[in-house]
Design a protein around this ligand. Structure first.
Ligand code: NAD
Length: 380
């Protein structure tokens, strides 16, 4: 029973899926762990550290992929590598299954059991396997650090013999995992923070971090299943955009983190609002990879409109790759332990297990994930 961890193929990716201490944890449970030569190097883990942990190192990637009973990765697999996998291989990674129909089909056709890290249920028991949360939390932190570096002002109030500096005003839109971490980070740096989310239940969490929750009456905006936000109606979107505009115009930094699970991100800040913001202000659009919350933001670009800088950098967790790898590795290892039968020294795939029901996407030649099937049937 061999677990193979290949090198990530994306040239800018510095995160790695498994760190040596977690490799040791899996080896202790009776797993045979094989890593591709150099797999851990982008996050400063050399082959020797994995060998010390009891793992082996492979030079022949394709041979190892073909022999593996389980493959652990961070990013989705290149489609051409799916054909190399054994039928019944368990493949665990991000998959972006709502947008990667052909890849999901290829995994199903290859009889692979594909597990999508994005589909992990947001339950208490699954928390330690929840990579969306661990990475989002780091993204929220990095967004504030980037904004602080780009802003030509300090964040905290400073009373000095040379006068008093007013604290920066930071507005965080979307107070989920990333947003709450952004609020906490901006508060730690001494900013004055406002925040908004369409889920009113988070108002208390925002207040407990010392930020002000912007009150807007949008009417009914209840949560969808799993605690995710529901899409607003066109009329509600209009009301929100107007209310957000008032706060954006007074802010020095705006961090947008609003997402809708499995759908494009909502457009919240229009170009017209950007043009009314103070020159020198900074917007960081954390939703840029799913369509963007800000009109004019571009993936992996910093755009300037009327002196306002819109930062659309992708993969913010990758900028703190050492900690992002540590957290992702803990998440994926906890998932391997969840499906590992230590007595049999083999995986026990109980598809009735509610965690697996949420995140297994393909199995035994078919797409088995109900949420994905529902969305696919809506699209067709
Ligand atoms: P997400 O990344 O899907 O969205 C980020 C935030 O954007 C959410 O808070 C959402 O309400 C908000 N949003 C959506 N549309 C908006 C709009 N138009 N304007 C302003 N805000 C908007 O969310 P997430 O961070 O993944 O968290 C989703 C939920 O899951 C939250 O309730 C979170 O507390 C919950 N959660 C639970 C667990 C657990 O129980 N194990 C773990 C993680 C997250």
């Amino acid at each position: 029973m061999q677990i193979f961890v290949p090198k990530e193929t994306h040239s800018a990716e510095k995160r790695v899926p498994l760190i040596p201490s977690d490799a040791a944890r899996l080896v202790e449970k009776g797993c045979e762990v094989l890593i591709e030569h150099g797999m851990g190097a982008p996050s400063r883990h050399e082959d020797e550290a994995y060998e010390k942990a009891g793992a082996a190192v492979a030079d022949d990637r394709n041979a190892a992929l073909s022999a593996a009973d389980m493959v652990l990765r961070l990013r989705k697999p290149p489609t051409e590598e799916v054909a190399l996998l054994k039928p019944s291989c368990i493949h665990i990674s991000y998959l972006d299954p709502f947008n990667e129909g052909a890849l999901v089909e290829a995994l199903a056709t290859g009889q692979v059991t594909a597990i999508s890290m994005e589909m992990m249920p947001r339950t208490t028991r699954a928390q330690k396997m929840d990579a969306l949360s661990s990475q989002a939390s780091l993204a929220g932190y990095v967004a504030v650090i980037i904004a602080a570096e780009r802003l030509a002002q300090v964040f905290p109030m400073m009373t000095t013999p040379a006068g008093t500096l007013a604290p920066a005003r930071v507005f965080v839109i979307g107070a989920g995992v990333a947003g709450l971490q952004a609020i906490a980070t901006a508060k730690r740096l001494g900013a004055r923070v406002d925040a908004f989310d369409t889920r009113p239940v988070v108002a208390e969490q925002v207040a407990s971090l010392g930020a002000r929750f912007v009150q807007i009456d949008l009417g009914e905006t209840e949560e969808a299943a799993g605690g995710y936000a529901k899409e607003l109606t066109a009329e509600q979107q209009q009301m929100q955009q107007e209310a957000m505009a008032r706060v954006c115009i007074q802010s020095d930094v705006v961090i947008t983190t609003a997402q809708l699970f499995g759908r494009p991100a909502p457009r919240i800040i229009t170009r017209d609002v950007v043009e009314q913001m103070k020159p020198g202000s900074v917007i960081v659009d954390l939703a840029v990879e799913t369509g963007g919350n800000v009109e004019g933001s571009e993936v992996d670009q910093e755009v300037e409109i009327g002196g306002v800088r819109i930062v659309g950098l992708a993969n913010l967790p990758g900028r703190v790759a050492v900690h992002a790898s540590q957290m992702y590795s803990a998440n994926i290892s906890a998932l391997v332990e969840e499906i590992w039968d230590a007595e049999q020294k083999a995986p026990d795939l109980d598809l009735e297990n509610e965690i697996l029901q949420g995140c297994v996407v393909t199995h035994a030649g078919a797409i088995v994930n109900q949420m994905l099937l529902d969305i696919m049937s809506r699209k067709s």
